[in-house]
Design a protein around this ligand. Sequence first.
Ligand SMILES: Cc1ncc(COP(=O)(O)O)c(C=O)c1O
Length: 446
Amino acid sequence: MKTPTLPPCTHTPKPYTGPSADEVLAVRKQFLNPAIFHYYKKPIMIVEGKGQWLFDEKGRRYLDGFGGIVTVSVGHCHPHVVAAANAQNEIIQHTTTIYLHPNIALYARDLAAKMPGELKVVYFTNSGSEANDLALLMARACTGNYDLIALRNGYHGGSQSTMGLTSHSTWKFNVPHSFGVQHAMMPDTYRGIYGKDDPEAGRKYADDVKSLIQFGSSGQIAGFIAESIQGVGGSVVFPDGYLKRAYEHVRAAGGVCIADEVQAGFGRTGTHFWGFETQGVIPDIVTMAKGIGNGCPLGAVVTTPQIAKALASRIHFNTFGGNPVVCAQGRAVLEVIEREKLQANSLKIGNYLKAGFNKLAEKHSLIGEVRGLGLMLGVELVKDRKTKEPAKDECAFVFESARDLGLLIGKGGLFGNTLRIKPPMCITQADADFMLEVLDAALTAV
Ligand SMILES: Cc1ncc(COP(=O)(O)O)c(C=O)c1O
């Protein structure tokens, strides 16, 4: 098998003159949070990015198949986005919301215009965790109830309350931060008890939410939160009708429905701008971050005037949330998605990649399932298609080999056996061909 060749790129990275990767690793070990992890046995150091390309300190180029953990939506250092942030940086970086500034107001208007129904009130935060924290506060404040339902295999952030929403132990500490949170069955038609062959799977998984409300709570809940496609959990797409039915149960119990769009939003699913739209629902609260700002610390919560009213009885304030620089950047991201038709590109290249992965599955029995929507894809590896025993070591091998061949992707899922493919939405068909060739070579080498 011939070695895959990277598609051409016209960008030349600047010469790097800083400390070596080994020196950075040593300093990081000495002075940084000891719980942060790094990808790859020999950690990679990325010092420059352009579009879908990343460059290490030696100038080696890689295709970014993971968008900096789904954060770089429109491509690294997109000129329009960089220009918007730079121009704002030169005038004023910070004004608090106690003064008026056009950026926050105009950006809130533009973001609200992308939302359906009554979702027209915007709050800005600095991260996805903070956005989800605020969503929980809203749910509890507006309903007067405490209990929440989240999904097994979900991920909603690293703050105390969002860790409580996350069900698996890797992300949690043995302290009671999940008090008041129950975890419903993960609506996964590959590993769950209702499979793809069951046309009623969506309804049946949603009935578990009803059962938790009836037996696990007092019959009344504050809310329900779910990612529209489970990201960290391995690109798990829910069966048709799941959210619709789950939302009905939640609303009947007085709760509100929260959609976490931190990974699935902003056109990534291809067919729709928001992931929840693929399930035909309108949530009461939507949280977003990551791709919203193409790499800057920006998050948002959008809700209805009625829910916002419940929070208006107290002052609510966020020092950096919605500062002029991130709002300029977020607005520029929306413009680029529209102007460059990146949602349509996500659909086109996402479908092309998915078809390619399915073709690889005919050749490599390691592939248990190919799933996802648009450019939010997952390839789950198993030792045996019948037993579905997770192929964790093989997944790690493919992941390392892909890096050696010039492709950076993600890895995750409940058992760490799913390859996560979520590139910047600007990738091309030639990039997709390269990605498929690399994975073919890596799977062959296992
Ligand atoms: C679905 C989802 N929600 C929330 C978060 C938390 O976002 P942040 O890391 O910006 O706090 C993440 C981060 O990976 C995420 O994937």
